[in-house]
Design a protein. Structure first.
Length: 243
């Protein structure tokens, strides 16, 4: 009499393999992977050949240099990292209307509505690049109107105003990160303060996916834009000797 195959104590290996394969597919489909994100920074665009760089007023550029000795030269003066955030906030707000800092322009509802009507007409009557530029300006002014309606009239930085960070190739990573943190903290502090004042909640607690919070985020970013431009590292030498 022949032996029976697949007795009661045996496991069907083929079925187990099928189940394991299905489980693997399930986890591959449903599992989300964290994506590494770097520090968001605006890099200077490359200049075309034979094109002169635009002239920028010195008062509109907040220059931060970090040398190989981890010293900071800020606006031509040696500065401790602990003082950097306060200086950056002063540059972004110019509370005393100093002549050596950016000249801020008051934005009103009438001002915004006038510009919106102007660029709407220009976009409707233009073609190609001129139309694209007009639509871009239109979107910008619509954002400013949102800011005025939610926050009220505000003082706006000129478009040319930027924080310019330049590191030496020998700058330590620790100093690099500290400088980045202080500059980012300056923007975050202003945004959080304004958001708490107007909306009762910090800016970093607003939900960009919420239809209620999206306009608030746009408004705050118009009042306090993040403009930190990082140039390619170079040999800056000793900050003390550069004075």
């Amino acid at each position: 009499m022949g032996k029976r195959r697949g007795g009661p104590g045996e496991i069907n290996a083929g079925s187990m393999a099928d189940i394991a394969f299905l489980l693997l597919i399930f986890f591959l489909v449903t599992t989300t992977m964290d994506q590494d994100t770097g520090i968001m920074r605006q890099l200077p665009p490359p200049l075309e050949d034979e094109v002169d760089p635009p002239i920028v007023k010195e008062k509109n550029v907040f220059v931060v240099l970090a040398n190989a000795q981890d010293q900071l030269l800020v606006e031509g003066e040696l500065l401790d990292i602990s003082e950097l955030k306060e200086k950056a906030v002063e540059f972004l707000t110019n509370p005393s209307n100093r002549d050596d800092l950016p000249s801020l322009t008051m934005r009103t509802k009438a001002d915004c509505e006038s510009k919106i009507a102007q660029y709407k007409a220009l976009a409707a009557s233009s073609q190609g690049e001129a139309k694209a530029n007009a639509e871009k300006e239109l979107k910008d002014w619509q954002g400013k109107l949102t800011a005025v309606e939610l926050i009220g009239e505000y003082r706006e930085l000129p478009k040319a105003a930027v924080i310019s960070l330049q590191n030496d190739r020998g700058t330590s990573y620790n100093t690099y990160i500290q400088v980045q943190n202080e500059l980012q903290s300056a923007v975050n502090e202003l945004r959080n303060s304004l958001s708490k004042e107007k909306f009762g909640v910090a800016y970093n607690e607003l939900d960009p996916k919420s239809d209620e919070d999206k306009p608030k985020i746009i408004a705050i970013r118009k009042v306090y834009p993040q403009r930190i431009s990082e140039a390619e590292p170079r040999s800056t030498g000793n900050a003390a000797a550069a004075q």
